[in-house]
Design a protein around this ligand. Sequence first.
Ligand code: SF4
Ligand code: SF4
Ligand code: FES
Length: 387
Amino acid sequence: MADYTIKVRRFQPESGEGPYWEEFNVDLDPSLSVLDGLLQAKDRDDGSLAVRCSCRAAICGSCGMKINGQSGLGCKTQIGEAQELADKQASAAGKGGEGNSIVIEPMGNMPVIKDLITDMESTHWTKIRRVTPWLLPHGEPPEREYVVEPESMIDITQSMACIQCGACVSSCLSMEADHEFIGPAALAKAYRFVGDPRDVEARERLYDLAQDPHGIYDCTHCFSCIDACPKGVAPMDQIMRLRRKAGEEGIEDPNSGHDHEIAFVKIIEKKGTLDESLLLQESFAPGFKGKLKPNKRAIREMLGSIPTAIRGIKTGKMRSLHKLIPGVHPKLPDQDDVKAIYAHAEEHNEEFNLYIKGEEGELAEENVEKGIERSTDPDTAQEVKNG
Ligand code: SF4
Ligand code: SF4
Ligand code: FES
């Protein structure tokens, strides 16, 4: 047993008061969970402490919360580990010491109903429904079940692991800026159906998500949802898969999100560095390296970006004026190395679904033939070619 102090952000709407912090002392084995700590405080100190939970085994998705500022599940986070993180954060902030309070807050990007209970309907479930979260097959249903090759389901296994806890939504930086962003959980769910061979509306789904200004191109690729997800769904990866498929389908989006991605890659391929002054131009007038295509939209976007550029200079992000001139960029020492890495990546362009674990059937036999031993470590992901 060890003693811990948990500092909980509370909100009791019936009191008419605003949110406030309250500390509770709990004693638990370090291997028990933060949720166990909260339930002990509720049991011993204050029965009005509101927390949502059910399975206590990282299955039901009820106990999403922020622990030391990180979104996750209360029942999957060991209190001993939460203590270590609290101490590490205090040390990084120059406060040092041990036994710092473990800070527990309701999930972000959602209205708080009471204490740690958030309204998941308005921000999570509404968005899940937005992506038509059911299969849209073609024709009459078969007499028995739909039969698909197991291999064709590998691609979507990862997105199917979602338990709808909302931790990714809570941590999403784009959602903080744009509450209408469809968001990581719903877009991961969308991929679950886009990638399903039985669904015949994949193109329509992709078109819809690309045309929506709060859709797939609203994600800023910040990795936050990957860190937060307790089930390894990696929502950002699913969003990137949606984008890739939309690009392959030739779907254009009103914000030139796809062209923007292509521009990123193209500039790094050619120059070995990101020449940001070329980025905007290439995003809106692709194909004209060093010259602005006389296209009304491209010119409008370039002019519209001037205030952003000025802000960049003022804040120091854009340090020198020549960085604003397309095609003029100081030579950096490692540009050729970056180009070489790019060329290597292009040559070995295969996507692997690292979510699938263990070995089964033919693959295991093949590996035995090749002399590759079967891994007994459940955490060692097996690479499965993902097309
Ligand atoms: S990677 Fe995209 S979806 Fe995930 S948290 Fe960041 S902005 Fe949100
Ligand atoms: S993707 Fe992960 S974090 Fe997001 S709702 Fe599903 S399980 Fe939770
Ligand atoms: S209580 Fe079910 S996931 Fe935590």
